[in-house]
Design a protein around this ligand. Structure first.
Ligand code: ADP
Ligand code: MG
Length: 298
């Protein structure tokens, strides 16, 4: 028997690297007319590297101490920035201490107790907004300097005080610009970026990929609000993301697509489709396939 068009499209999308969870998703994909992309792990490769380590004078820490403390706190983290920090410590032969009471706050960072001391690692703006006094100005300056260099700055606090800043670099996916252009051509609107990152680096990288509408510094619920706002303006939005922080927006959207390779379990579960071949360009291909199948059905 010949396969019904929607099933054939599911199989075909699978061959192109996009796993579609059910036949109705083909119809939703076909009708997408706006796209909202996450940054880290979606527009970028999501394998960031620590390229700068700056303990603050007065913290009493050297570079390796700072990195080891950060890695201890990040050890259980699924976040790409956390994995970069753990990887960098490992590469330098450091043996981070065991941490207790690990807490991860999407869009903000992590905290844990290391050798009896509270260590937090995360977004400098968010962590510093709750602090004042010792070394906060120095920390903000170091973060701003890294930001100017196009790095993502991550703040480390020890015992509630800024101890240093790490500079992290993540490359754009090689196919980011082509995928963005194809999605823009298919939907008639340019994809927007919804990111938790608040750095200038985020805006610059988005620009390199052809994305000019950048909404930065968003918490998971802000991503949902942005999607709802687009949908109440009549758009059928496809959200593409990979993180725990993207899961609510993936679930709320007309169509959610998760990046599978490094995607978190929550994102994969919340999505309607999963990109299993680690290429952004598989997404416009899947949309085009879905449209063809829909035309056959109607
Ligand atoms: P994106 O939307 O770009 O994937 P996230 O919402 O995951 O970004 O993260 C937003 C910001 O929160 C990051 O840029 C970083 O500053 C901070 N952050 C979140 N998780 C961590 C972590 N585990 N370690 C360090 N920083 C983190
Ligand atoms: Mg992400």
């Amino acid at each position: 028997a010949t396969m019904p068009p929607l099933l054939a499209a599911m199989a075909n999308a699978g061959r192109h690297g996009v796993l579609i969870k059910s036949a109705v998703v083909i119809e939703r994909l076909a009708r997408v007319d706006a796209v909202a992309l996450d940054k880290t792990g979606t527009l970028t490769e999501g394998t960031p590297r620590v390229v700068d380590i700056r303990p603050l004078p007065g913290s009493g820490l050297g570079g390796d101490d700072l990195l080891a403390l950060a890695a201890a706190a990040e050890h259980p983290s699924e976040h790409p920035l956390g994995r970069a920090i753990v990887g960098a410590a490992h590469q330098r032969g450091l043996k981070p201490a065991a941490a207790k009471d690990f807490v991860s706050v999407p869009g903000r960072g992590v905290s844990a107790t290391v050798d009896g001391v509270d260590v937090s690692v995360g977004n400098p703006d968010r962590l510093l907004s709750g602090l004042n006094g010792q070394r906060t100005a120095e920390a903000a300056n170091a973060a701003a300097d890294l930001d100017r260099q196009g790095r993502t700055a991550v703040l480390v606090t020890v015992g509630g005080r800024p101890a240093g800043v790490l500079g992290i670099a993540d490359r754009l996916r090689p196919d980011a610009a082509t995928a963005v252009a194809s999605l823009a051509a298919l939907t008639g609107t340019r994809p927007v970026l919804l990111t938790g990152d608040s750095s200038r680096a985020a805006v610059r990288q988005a620009g390199e990929a052809g994305v000019t509408d950048v909404r930065a510094g968003l918490l998971p619920q802000d991503k949902v609000a942005a999607v709802r706002q687009m949908e109440s303006a009549g758009r059928r939005v496809m959200v593409v993301g990979d993180g725990v922080n993207d899961a609510p927006a993936l679930a709320a959207a007309h169509c959610g697509v998760a990046m599978g390779k490094a995607g978190s379990d929550l994102a994969l579960e919340a999505a309607d489709a999963v990109v299993v071949r680690d290429e952004l360009a598989a997404i416009p291909t899947a949309v085009a396939l879905a449209r063809r199948a829909e035309r056959l059905v109607r």
